[in-house]
Design a protein around this ligand. Structure first.
Ligand code: DAV
Length: 368
């Protein structure tokens, strides 16, 4: 099949996708951005270095099986090329003990229409991650004369980009939630910062979470970049660690979104959805009380599903409540075992990024 880059939303029929790989993934040393994220009781606190080969092999087995499920359905699947993540990295401003990995392409590459954009990223350990996707993006560029290969301005990520002492040692969860409700996040506004996984694509409208990994200047940059789109900032004040929108707000098909009940979209931000007839449904509880060991993400990865088309959704196989809910919403569920891959950067939405979905740029929100 001839490569064409084209994807305008999260639900049109998927025909070509990138699935990450777990090879060489490291737990990076602490840095200003991650200090704000790792909870004081986390098993990751103070840890760094390469993950065990056994855990990498188990994650890769599930990633490969997920890729195979999609290939069997006629979807073209490409894989990134890891770099040496264990190598210390530096810019003129800072040094960091290692990189992270390339399991979650969704975090790094944002496909909108025929353009694939490398996000600025907001962690030092993820500064060079785009290099893992360059072989693919360069090939798409050669094969599709309409494809636009873009990179957002590389951020400096020096100390001015982060609030010093953002996280005091014994901060309570209540105090943290108050900070988040106040939109007091770890990053400053000296430069545009965004991770691609803070952006959801709804045709002409892009919804972007303002939180730890995306600042207002990052959202403004996206607004100026996507001139034919309407770019909206969203906040979910119930999340003590607002990192990426895709375990919080999950569109399943035109008119239907799952919202994390612990991170409800405030009423004053629901207007645009209500005015345009979109239903926001409370997501079912996760099936697990804890994420797997050495995992950055919360149990709400249950919501991090991959929509293959408006009638078909890939859901993690043990997430029985989510499976039941989506089934009752009238969609076919494909169960995909994936918990061994979670510690490497997320679930099924995180682990993929779109190259081609059928369809065009539609206006789902004519009433603004
Ligand atoms: O709930 O921990 C995970 C999102 C990963 N892309 C969470 C957010």
């Amino acid at each position: 099949m001839k490569t064409v880059v084209n994807s305008w939303n999260e639900w049109d029929p998927l025909k070509h996708v990138i699935v990450g790989v777990a090879d060489g993934c490291c737990i990076p040393p602490s840095e200003p951005a991650s200090e704000a994220k790792i909870p004081a009781d986390s098993d990751m606190l103070g840890m760094h270095g390469p993950r065990t080969q056994d855990s990498v092999d188990k994650a890769n087995a599930q990633l490969d099986a997920f890729a195979e499920i999609m290939r069997k359905r006629g979807i073209v699947v490409d894989r990134p090329t890891p770099i040496d993540f264990s190598k210390p990295i530096a810019t003129p401003d800072w040094e960091n003990g290692s990189s992270f990995g390339c399991m979650p392409p969704r975090d790094v590459i944002l496909t909108v229409g025929s353009e694939m954009l490398e996000a600025t990223m907001s962690y030092r350990s993820r500064w060079f991650e785009y290099l893992c996707y360059r072989p693919l993006l360069s090939r798409y560029y050669d094969e599709d004369s309409n494809m636009r290969m873009e990179s957002a301005p590389k951020p400096r990520l020096n100390d001015a980009s982060f609030k010093s002492g953002y996280l005091s040692e014994n901060i309570t969860i209540q105090a943290r939630l108050a900070m988040v409700a106040d939109k007091n996040f770890v990053t400053t506004e000296v430069e545009p910062l965004f991770d691609a996984a803070d952006v959801l694509r709804f045709g002409r409208d892009l919804f972007v979470q303002h939180g730890f990994t995306t600042n207002l200047k990052g959202i403004d940059w996206l607004r100026r970049h996507y001139r034919d789109h309407r770019v909206h900032a969203l906040n979910f004040p119930g999340d003590p660690y607002p990192i990426h929108i895709d375990a919080t707000f999950t569109p399943l098909r035109p008119g239907l979104i799952l919202n994390n009940p612990e991170r409800a979209l405030p009423n004053d931000q629901q207007g645009i959805f209500k005015k345009n007839g979109w239903e926001i449904v409370e997501a079912a509880r996760p099936a697990h009380n804890q994420p797997p060991p050495l995992c950055y993400s919360s149990v709400w990865l249950s919501m991090n599903v991959l929509v293959l088309d408006p009638k078909t959704v890939c859901v993690e196989a043990s997430e029985v409540h989510t499976i039941d809910q989506i089934d009752k919403l009238g969609m076919e569920v494909i169960p995909v075992p994936f918990r061994d891959a979670y510690p490497f950067g997320g679930a099924l939405h995180c682990a993929t990024t779109d190259v081609y979905r059928e369809g065009r740029c539609e206006d789902y929100f004519p009433h603004q």
